[in-house]
Design a protein around this ligand. Structure first.
Ligand SMILES: Nc1ncnc2c1ncn2[C@@H]1O[C@H](COP(=O)(O)OP(=O)(O)OP(=O)(O)O)[C@@H](O)[C@H]1O
Length: 230
């Protein structure tokens, strides 16, 4: 599903590579817990996989598509079609209600729109269905997202990430603002959604207590060589 080969990424003005991974393979449907000390490059790696950053060297292939051979516009389209993202800062649009925020997950992708329409008749119905599954009740759908609790906002972000069934879900510390009970509940929700989409889940967290819930634990320190000077 994901193959990395000789992947290197160096931020401008840095004199070492933040990411140097010789080889990594992730299979469809795996639930990966990616961990490592702060500043070791977890978010950088997620940005590379999401096609937000372009590798300095090497190859990233997702669903047999070599991301490195795509133009910026095509990489953006690939992300919109195949990758659901959940980032720390949520990126919800404050002036839209929960339903509209979830529908945004399909906005840039005909592929995901078609999947949502096929399953639920319309993107709006798909968003409604997901929010109901995630416990966001009907009256909340008409509030602006800024009026909702952090836990509710996280569920909206999760719904936006999975609407239209993307094959890969990338989550960067999505549970850092939650207490232990809500953290486990949120991850279970994410697993349920990933199972329904047959999606691969790549989840970054510092919280080692969550690691056993996942099918594979990946230490960035172990796979990343971060050697000096190329
Ligand atoms: N926009 C940027 N410009 C330049 N350097 C950056 C940028 N973002 C991250 N870096 C550098 O890349 C390295 C890895 O940062 P990254 O955010 O990927 O680590 P992380 O493991 O996700 O950290 P944390 O656990 O604290 O979120 C750091 O040395 C950081 O300074």
């Amino acid at each position: 599903m994901i193959t990395l080969e000789q992947l290197r990424y160096r931020w401008p003005k840095h004199d070492i590579d933040t990411i140097h991974i010789e080889q990594l393979q992730i299979q469809q449907g795996e639930r990966i817990f990616l961990f490592g000390p702060s500043g070791t490059g977890k978010s950088t790696l997620l940005g590379l996989l999401a096609g937000i950053h372009r590798p300095t060297l090497g190859k990233i292939s997702i669903l047999n598509q070599d991301l490195t051979s795509l133009s910026n516009a095509k990489r953006d389209q690939f992300r919109a079609d195949h990758i659901g993202t959940i980032f720390q800062n949520f990126n919800l649009l404050a002036y839209l209600n929960p339903l509209e925020n979830v529908m945004l997950g399909c906005h840039f992708s005909t592929l995901r729109t078609n999947k949502a329409v096929q399953q639920h008749g319309s993107v709006k119905q798909a968003a409604r269905h997901l929010l109901a599954q995630l416990g966001i009740s009907e009256p909340l759908l008409h509030h602006s997202v800024g009026e909702l609790s952090i836990g509710q906002q996280q569920r909206i972000v999760a719904a936006r990430a999975v609407i239209g069934k993307p094959e890969l879900i990338i989550a960067d510390e999505p549970t850092s603002a939650l207490d232990a009970d809500n953290r486990a509940a949120f991850i279970n929700l994410l697993f349920e959604q990933a199972t329904q989409c047959n999606a691969t889940l790549l989840f970054v967290s510092h919280d080692q207590s969550l690691a056993p819930m996942f099918s594979r634990q990946l230490s960035l320190a172990e796979i990343n060589q971060r050697d000096e000077k190329v």
